[in-house]
Ligand binder design. Structure first.
Ligand SMILES: Nc1ncnc2c1ncn2[C@@H]1O[C@H](COP(=O)(O)OP(=O)(O)OP(=O)(O)O)[C@@H](O)[C@H]1O
Ligand SMILES: [Mg+2]
Length: 234
């Protein structure tokens, strides 16, 4: 049984259909990448999977349970956490407060989890009182990742975690994703840095105009001529 199985999802905004029956699966512990041109529906797919957008067709199954149309806060409680493409931290709050906000649906004592997360993100620990607005883009992305981990997710959905970052920070974000994955958390990420993302991923999907275009092991996609021409710069 797959951890996440999105089957033939149809979704859009108002009368405009954006996804015309997209399917993807994530197996336990896997890193999976979704690549594709701007506007192909990658973010729409993520929003549909986490309940922020109600699909008009198809289904989303998580850990063997049909979660199609379930409210986002209930999906989060089941262990599926999502980091959106933008506005993914509270700028006026400190790093520590951002992490506390990440625990919003927890009813138990979340403090031991914050300690674990600071161990995973030592740079955040040393600056825990600093406002997120004072951090660089890369550090903010780290806060967003750390906050999503507050709920002990089984699967993290990351929408362009390395977007707009300097090359060195891109590398650190991917390193961090690898580290998170090594703790047993599965990761599904949308990425513009296709080469780095596919290198890190067990499998990848290419979306185009709201359809599945290609899929396969990360390494096979890296050597696919169409992927190379369209997404890897030749
Ligand atoms: N809230 C919205 N209301 C109406 N249309 C939207 C909305 N969000 C996205 N769209 C449209 O849906 C289409 C797919 O957008 P989406 O954000 O899913 O693409 P994407 O693949 O994530 O693109 P990008 O690489 O630019 O992030 C685009 O044509 C976009 O203009
Ligand atoms: Mg997007």
């Amino acid at each position: 049984m797959s951890l996440l199985a999105v089957q033939g999802i149809v979704a859009g905004y108002g009368q405009t259909e954006i996804l015309h029956g997209v399917s993807i699966v994530v197996e336990p512990g896997e890193i999976v990448a979704i690549i594709g041109p701007n506007g192909s529906g990658k973010s729409t797919l993520m929003k549909s999977a986490v309940g922020l957008l109600r699909p008009t067709g198809g289904s989303v199954n998580f850990r063997g349970e049909d979660i199609t149309g379930v409210a986002p806060e209930n999906i989060v409680r089941k262990g599926l956490c999502y980091v959106p493409q933008s506005s993914n931290v509270f700028p006026s709050l400190s790093i520590h407060e951002n992490l506390e906000m990440g625990a919003f649906v927890r009813t138990d004592d979340y403090r031991p989890r914050i300690t674990e997360i600071y161990d995973l993100f030592p740079d955040l620990a040393s600056r825990r009182k600093e406002r997120a607005s004072r951090l660089s883009g890369g550090q903010r992305q780290m806060v967003a990742l750390a906050r999503a981990l507050m709920l002990n997710p089984v699967l993290l959905l990351l929408d362009e975690p390395s977007a707009g970052l300097a090359p060195m920070m891109v590398a650190s974000v991917f390193e961090k994703i690898k580290g998170i994955s090594s703790t047993g958390v599965a990761v599904l990420m949308v990425e513009q840095n296709a080469r780095e993302a596919l290198r890190l991923s067990a499998r990848g999907y290419v979306l185009a105009a709201g359809h599945n275009r290609l899929e396969g092991p990360g390494r096979s996609l890296l050597s696919d001529p169409e992927v190379a021409r369209l997404y890897l710069g030749g």
